[in-house]
Design a protein around this ligand. Structure first.
Ligand SMILES: [Zn+2]
Length: 455
């Protein structure tokens, strides 16, 4: 039996050996070939450092070959490197074997095609139905090649884009994940003085879970202070999310990193588009406008941001979660490149990172509060609230849940795609407004959840 639950909104994910086995991986490869009608097409396959990634990649590749696809294997890489290489070498697309920041027993597949990511509403349902039915198109076997140059080509490409004006010292923690493949070498190649910890690839993630956070970055924070480094940075398991630590050893929220990058990119690309999403701070839009850029608003989520980057020809994109997207990397997000770019920007600024952060006002915020609501009713709740806010004359935005904006702040109410939850985010210009907005939004939300449940 194949579990339908492994086919998720943006990728395929499951526990290795339980709902994600070699057999399932082979069927997914075969189904992908049928879905793509793929004879003559070449797909790249890369994988993260997890112990199950090798066996799963081999089985996936076997299925793809049986279905007639040609496959180019690039070995253990970061997810951004796999996307980069797929476009850089002009291939039809790529599959990354990874479960991002999930615990070691998990694994999965992220599938990118020239036409976009396979996601729900864009091919994931068809792929799932093919895997389950097993009705595959007959094909003559494809060919397998190994490309040993992808890591070297990527390192050269990104290092060439970094130009330091003074020495920058950085502490890096790839957490034994995929970025260990590139750390410390790509930093050294860019001229950065780097000290790296947990930089041996190890799929059991012995140091800490492969997710950078206040808890997991304790060593980085200490080392930055002790070594008087310019900043520290931690990467998630597959290298698409970066979390920063300033020169005082404090965690840096994503907003000041985003605004630092916005200033940099808009100075060099006058009037260019920058993509951000509905949960980003007001500070982001204000910075884009102040720098003369064109703000482009997107739904939350990797797939949507990458699409918008391409549609709008944007130079930069960012998400509150710490993903940053670059036109230079074909519109994809890349944690390593984000860290290199931050080093470059700091090398040209007089101030330290801590001074830059402290000089910028930070709007108070309630990041994300969850409210339980059944899967059957969560979207009804958000829909009805959205209509009511609109009818009451509030400025509402409905590209992703409902966002209500006033003079002193905003709140966002969204149903979770994967869990029986509704999430509330609030941001305001001051603490008092924050509490007022919070009370209003939470009151309306709880009332509506109760009302819909009671019908
Ligand atoms: Zn990730």
């Amino acid at each position: 039996m194949i579990s339908e639950n492994i086919f998720r909104a943006y990728d395929i994910r499951g526990v290795y050996g339980r709902d994600l086995t070699e057999d399932v991986a082979r069927r997914i490869g075969r189904a992908l070939a049928s879905y793509m009608d793929g004879e003559g097409e070449t797909m790249l396959v890369g994988m993260d450092v997890r112990h199950s990634s090798g066996p799963l990649a081999s089985s996936l590749i076997e299925g793809m070959l049986m279905g007639g696809l040609d496959v180019e294997e690039i070995g253990t890489v970061t997810t951004p490197l796999l996307y980069f290489a797929s476009v850089h070498y002009g291939r039809t697309g790529g599959v990354m074997v990874t479960a991002s920041h999930n615990p070691p027993e998990w694994n999965g597949f992220k599938i990118w095609l020239k036409s976009g990511f396979i996601s729900m509403g864009r091919g994931m349902e068809e792929l799932r139905d093919l895997v389950i039915s097993g009705e595959f198109r007959a094909a003559s076997r494809g060919e397998l090649r190994r490309n040993p140059n992808a890591i070297r080509d990527y390192e050269k490409y990104v290092a060439d884009k970094i130009d330091l004006q003074r020495e920058v010292r950085v502490v890096v923690d790839p957490g034994n994940g995929s970025c260990s493949i590139l750390t410390p070498r790509v930093f050294e190649a860019s001229g950065i003085r780097v000290s790296a910890i947990n930089s041996e690839p190890d799929g059991s993630f012995p140091a800490h879970p492969p997710e950078p956070s206040e808890e997991t970055l304790g060593d980085v924070r200490r080392l930055v202070r002790r070594g008087k480094a310019d900043f520290g940075v931690g990467f998630d398991g597959d290298g698409d999310r970066a979390v920063f630590v300033d020169d005082k050893g404090r965690m840096v929220p994503s907003t000041p990193i985003f605004t630092l990058l916005i200033e940099e990119y808009l100075e060099k690309n006058r009037g260019a588009a920058v993509v951000y999403e509905v949960s980003c701070s007001m500070m982001v839009e204000e910075t884009i406008r102040r720098q003369g850029g064109r703000p482009v608003l997107s739904r939350v989520g990797h797939t949507y941001i990458v699409d918008k980057m391409h549609e709008e020809g944007a130079v930069l994109g960012g998400e509150t979660s710490g993903h940053f997207y670059f036109a230079e990397l074909y519109g994809f997000d890349d944690a390593i490149f984000t860290a290199l770019k931050v080093a470059e920007v700091l090398s040209r600024r007089e101030e330290k990172l801590s001074e830059i952060i402290d000089s910028q006002p930070m709007y108070p915020r309630i990041p994300e509060r969850n409210y339980e609501c059944a899967d059957e009713t969560k979207f009804i709740v958000v829909d009805e609230l959205s209509k009511e806010f609109e009818e009451a004359g509030y400025e509402t935005l409905t590209i992703d849940g409902v966002k209500v904006t006033g003079d002193d702040g905003w709140f966002l109410i969204r149903a979770s795609n994967t869990q029986p939850l509704i999430r509330l985010t609030v941001e305001a210009r001051d603490e008092e407004s924050l509490r007022r907005l919070e009370k209003f939004a939470e009151g309306k939300l709880l009332e509506k959840i109760r009302e819909v449940k009671g019908r």
